[in-house]
Design a protein. Structure first.
Length: 99
């Protein structure tokens, strides 16, 4: 499959223009080669017989990592404000950021 070009330097120039990227001639050659390698590898993968293989969204099984939702006692205002550098009553006081 080597030597077969799916993309040309002009294609890379076009995409770079759409993305508003300035690329050098050396980068155009490099990106053309890299993108062609990727596309050729995808073609190679497409040759595989995947009949009967279930579709999946992840390469490994993904499970929910969240804990069970349980009702518990809240932290409380006094404990929540215990380490605050500046408070005003029952609130955190922060520097003004909007005039």
């Amino acid at each position: 499959m080597e030597g077969i070009l799916k993309l040309t330097t002009q294609d890379v120039e076009y995409v770079a223009k759409l993305a508003r990227l300035d690329v050098t001639n050396q980068e155009k050659e490099k990106f053309t080669a890299q993108l062609n390698d990727i596309l050729l590898y995808i073609d190679k993968l497409n040759e595989l017989d995947t009949t009967g293989v279930a579709s999946m969204s992840h390469a490994i099984a993904v499970t929910n990592a969240f804990r069970e939702d349980k009702v518990s006692e809240s932290l409380g205002t006094e404990r929540a404000l215990a380490n605050a550098p500046d408070t005003r009553g029952e609130f955190f006081r922060v520097p003004k950021v909007i005039d």
